[in-house]
Structures are given as C-alpha cells and as structure tokens.
Design a protein around this ligand. Structure first.
Ligand code: NAG
Ligand code: NAG
Length: 161
C-alpha cells in the first residue's frame, strides 16, 4: 500500500509542482548571480557548447583554460576584431574520442610536470568516472585512469601536486 502511495505521489500534479520549484530555485539563483553586478572583473564570451564546468588561469602560459560539460577542454584566446575591440574566443585543445559521452569536470594545472589533470565523469548516467592527464605543450594524453565503472581497473596511481 505504501509503495503504491509513493508511485501515485510521483505521478501527481503536486509532485510536478514540487519538482518544478526544487529545480527552478537553483536555476533562478544562478541566473540572478550571473546577472548581478560585482566589483570583480567578469569576462564574457560566446561558447560553442552547453556549459563550462571549470576555469583555471595558467600563469605561465598566460591563458585561461576551461573544461566542457559535453567533454573536452578549451583555451580562451584574446583577439582583436575589425573594429579593434577585444573579443574572446574559445579554442578547443582537448577532445578525447576515448571519452566521448563523458563530461570534463574539474581541471588542475600541474606545471612542474607540464600537464593538465582532468576529472572525467559520465554525469548523466553515472556509469564511468576517471582521471586523465594531458601534456600542456602537445595536448597528448599522458594517462587515463578509471576511478569507477564496469570492467577491470588499472593500477592505482598517485597524483602529487
Ligand atoms: C567587435 O567586438 C565588439 C565587442 O565584442 C562588438 O561590439 C563589435 O560588433 C565587433 N565588431 C565586428 C566588426 O565584429
Ligand atoms: C566514458 O568513457 C569511458 C572510458 O573510455 C567509456 O567506456 C564510456 O563509454 C564513455 N561514455 C559514457 C557515457 O560513459
């Protein structure tokens, strides 16, 4: 009886209203934060994808790096257009075909080892997560270690930062 009650609750209009409020509030908050004026310097640019998860300033390379929720990493290039205005352009530097369908989440610069560490996860399906590292000069993958998912696991790795 209890289970049936739960099932009915999930289909009810009341639940839909509840779901709407629960999901609308954080989105409204994010929109409010995005539009609010701050005393920080905010950079705006048009992205080619959906959502940018993490941004890091590479002090040595003098460039911003951003990770893509649809998978991949880009650099933000500062250019001048015809009217000599500064425009920012996102240039994809990592698009790993082995990881298609996974999101690139947090990124960490490891300058002493000249590499970028990327936390990778199947955010929607929760079937895979891993840690990948890429060479900062060539963008070639140095390693990919599975942290969760089906099949065998690779040897444990230690990441020192
Ligand atoms: C140059 O960039 C500025 C600022 O983003 C924009 O307002 C302007 O329309 C651009 N001009 C051209 C010719 O693209
Ligand atoms: C994520 O990456 C893993 C490892 O390459 C792959 O097996 C999997 O199919 C990818 N996609 C999803 C949705 O998990």
């Amino acid at each position: 009886m209890k289970e049936k009650g739960m099932a009915l609750w999930f289909c009810s209009a009341r639940f839909l209203v509840f779901l709407f409020i629960v999901s609308a509030l954080p989105i409204a908050y994010i929109l409010f934060q995005e539009r609010a004026k701050t005393d920080h310097h905010v950079f705006h640019y048009h992205i080619s994808g959906f959502f940018r998860e993490c941004a890091k300033w590479d002090d040595q390379g003098r460039i911003f790096l951003v990770s893509f929720l649809e998978g991949g990493v880009g650099e933000i290039h500062v250019l001048q257009n015809y009217t000599r205005d500064v425009v920012l352009q996102e240039v994809t530097v990592i698009k790993d075909s082995d990881l298609t369908g996974n999101a690139s989440n947090g990124i960490a610069l490891d300058r002493p080892r000249n590499r970028l560490l990327v936390a990778v996860a199947d955010v929607l399906g929760n079937r895979y997560s891993g840690l990948a590292a890429y060479d900062l000069s060539t963008w070639k993958r140095l390693f990919l270690t599975k942290l969760s998912g089906p099949g065998k696991y690779s040897k444990p790795i230690y990441v020192l930062l």
